[in-house]
Design a protein around this ligand. Structure first.
Ligand SMILES: Nc1ncnc2c1ncn2[C@@H]1O[C@H](COP(=O)(O)OP(=O)(O)OP(=O)(O)O)[C@@H](O)[C@H]1O
Ligand SMILES: [Mg+2]
Length: 278
């Protein structure tokens, strides 16, 4: 099983969108995929067509019990004939869970990790909330790798640095997660976007993964609680799905290479496609 926490303490950069896009790509390649919605906003669950499901991740985190996440797994409501990841559904109640977790002197940070005992999907993606609080820390403690999502915008690199430090602090104690890389999402064709992409590339070099462009089809797919492949001939949908496939291939190859050599993800200089649909 591979497990990846999708993180950034900055809000609205595309963590949930990238989680859903990678889940689609990996499912379409034949892997069994589980998304754990660790954000009280529960956007990943909505994107998968699941609302107010019980038991939810809040029930899972309510007790320190090995394997409790397996009892909360449900099927996404994406169309039957396409990729369909499984889900541990999110809940708005999670907003109050963080304070309760903080009162647990022993298991505050690794309750999610404990709950995942017995999960046997090929890939587990943990969609983390936009904070460095205990929920996000639980996501990092539960994952083998952490993926930082960012945007080509001012201060983005500082935000990535902060998250990178947090990942390294957790890894220093636990031996995991490794940083899988930095994804620049919502890349448009403006000079400003190009400038910030270059800044991020200069700062993070080989850690920068295949980027995801700003495309209306991507927002439409999650808004309609479906996957890109089910948007049919919607302009931009196939291209967006192709970018997520490329991103997933790169992550999967890096994992395979890593298992062999213990090294970092391979260098990834990725050019933007010529066209964009907005
Ligand atoms: N590549 C993209 N192209 C077009 N729209 C996008 C793209 N990525 C994200 N969006 C849109 O941007 C908004 C924020 O994305 P998303 O919810 O994935 O961010 P987030 O980091 O998970 O936010 P939060 O921190 O609140 O959890 C959403 O409306 C989403 O549809
Ligand atoms: Mg989100």
């Amino acid at each position: 099983m591979q497990s990846i926490a999708v993180v950034n303490q900055k809000g609205g950069v595309g963590k949930t969108t990238v989680t859903l896009g990678i889940a689609e790509a990996a499912s379409a390649s034949g892997m069994s995929v589980l998304i754990i919605d660790l954000d009280p906003q529960a956007n990943a669950s909505s994107g998968l067509g699941v609302w107010n499901a019980t038991p939810s991740i809040d029930d899972v985190l309510a007790e320190a019990r090995a394997g409790s996440a397996t009892e909360a797994i449900c099927r996404s409501h994406w169309p039957d004939d396409g990729p369909r990841p499984d889900l541990v559904p999110g809940s708005h109640l999670l907003a109050g869970r963080e304070a309760l977790l903080a009162a647990d002197p022993v298991g505050a940070q690794d309750r999610l990790r404990l709950s995942m005992a017995g999960v046997n999907h090929d890939l587990v993606l943990i969609d983390c909330p936009p904070s460095l609080g205990l929920l996000c820390i639980n996501g990092l403690f539960a994952a083998e790798r952490a993926l930082i999502v960012t945007e080509p915008a001012a201060w983005a690199a500082d935000g990535v640095d902060l998250m990178h430090n947090t990942v390294e602090r957790v890894a220093g104690r636990l031996g995991a997660p490794r940083l899988a890389g930095v994804i620049i999402n919502r890349v448009g064709r403006t000079r400003d976007n190009r400038y910030w992409c270059e800044q991020l590339q200069d700062r993070f070099g080989e850690l920068v993964l295949p980027q995801i462009q700003l495309r209306a089809a991507i927002a439409e797919a999650s808004g309609q609680s479906t996957c890109l492949r089910s948007l049919g001939k919607r302009p931009g949908a196939a291209e967006a799905a192709g970018q997520f496939d490329e991103l997933w291939n790169s992550l999967n190859e890096a994992q395979t290479a890593d298992l062999g050599s213990g090294g970092l993800p391979p260098s990834a200089e990725h050019s933007a496609p010529d066209t964009i649909d907005l």
